[in-house]
Design a protein around this ligand. Sequence first.
Ligand code: FES
Length: 612
Amino acid sequence: VIETRPVIEVDFQPVGKRVHVRQDTSVLQAAIEAGLGITSACGAHGSCGKCRVVILSGETNLPTANEKRIGLQDGERLACHTLLRSDARIFIPPSSLLGQQRLQTDSSLAQSPVDPVVRSFDLEISAPTLTDLRADLQRITDELRSNHNVAVGMVDIPTACHVSRLARHHNWRFRVFVRGDEIVGAAPTGTPPVGMAVDLGTTKIAAYLLDLETGRELAAAGALNPQIAYGEDVISRLNVADRQEDGTRLLAHAVRETLSELLANLTEAAGIDSGQVADCCIVGNTAMTHLLLELPIRQLVRTPYVAAVSSAQDIKVRQIGLQTAPGAYVHILPCIGGFVGADHVAMILAVDMDRVDQVTLGIDIGTNTEILLAHPERGFMGSVSCASGPAFEGAHIANGMRAAPGAIEAVSIVGPHMHVDTVDDAPPIGLCGSGVVDAMAALHKEGAMNRSGRLDADHPWVTTQSGVREVILTAADKSGTGRDITLSQEDINQILLAKGAIRAGLEILLKAAQIEPDAVREIIFAGAFGSFLNINNALTIGLFPRYRNAIFRQVGNAAAVGAKQALLSHAVRLRARQLAAETKYVELSTFPTFNRYFALGMLLPDENESQR
Ligand code: FES
């Protein structure tokens, strides 16, 4: 097909980024091509209203029915529904821009065994002569066998080419990287092999470069998952992959490109050559790993929601387009169930949930909230996945946003004053998950809501706009948008739905294990949201029950820690395999009591319960 549409220039402000695209490209697509992230919670369906932009100049299509329904302000358009007809200048307001989100790459690695799957051997081999005509590779494998007791059975062609050139370049004194019985790379003598560990989150990607000999972290980098442009939650993205021609490839390509950039940044920061990267380990939820590997995803969006592949995978890194040692592999940890993925397995490894000596719950709150229950006495480990939705990440909340500068992250009411704290102390432009929880807790304590979360129209904090009850957290004159930053009744309902899902998951998991709530001794919160969450406020709104004998621990990005541990240790990978096989996946929808628990879980605690 010959493309006949003329090329136009689009200038994005305030970032000052220009891009050339074909006429009739959507603003959202143009932004993606410019490498800019615009929030698109609904996967470009025109229903979330998160992708608002202002057309400063240029011709476009007329506003669509969806845009009219959403009720945009003067000059605003939805990036996903606006088609560009000519050169244009577009303003992306901060609330629509995904650029500077707080990315959690801080994940300290506790004492962890270092027994990597890749080992290195310094070789000194005699050069070929007319009386010793062995091939290059033969000389190397002979040397490994006779002087290092290593039997090599495999070397692929790209690696053989690299090793042969490097050996000759260094006069046959060099180092090889060996994985099992395979040579995967080579480097000058004494060069340590390094590895990359990745936590491939639905929203964020955190990547780390580690020395495979010492376990030392050399560099860390984070990026937004570029698939966000195709939908904020896993289901929207899986639907794009399922329905759009070449959709899976498109999503895979997007994330592979970002991984490639992250790896380049890491090697540059650590001052090493990409050929030293001899191993990788990636963890992510089942959808993320399926999309990365271009595995079939249709069955993930249809009941009974099963993975195409749940076992651990080892594939050549070059298959996903990364520049490493030529024969290096990437290891993907196994998953437990359709929506309990390798990231959950990594979290279990990181906090040693499979080795606890008391009844422990591990909770990772996200679009899907995964909960693990370990009962060591009974030898029981069980997991559930609750569809809590992206509300805690700011999606489906009218003024919601991620934890970027200007996001309200903490709210309290003291006397007649509402106090808000924002990320980086920037003027408020929206509120992120922890801000929503805090705001609800403060309003609940003030008696501004009933147990069903219904705002009391007569309460002094509550106002009514166009028939919708809401609470103004920051007035227009103090906000960074010139508009009130509010928490509406609809926002509260979204959080209650998420809360209902989490509470139902907890109830059913305990029931499935026949464990009384009082037996729970520790609750571990992992993940970005769980780390920033004010636990007392979460308890005030009953996001979790008050287990009488339990203590709480917030552990940060545990999935990333698990990924590093698995990168550094063969034994940890074996442990991951075993615990994934032994953990019982509890499917919530098969429990007839699910709906009742869900409905009860949506209720706010009564006063006594909140204070207890
Ligand atoms: S309205 Fe444009 S992405 Fe949702």
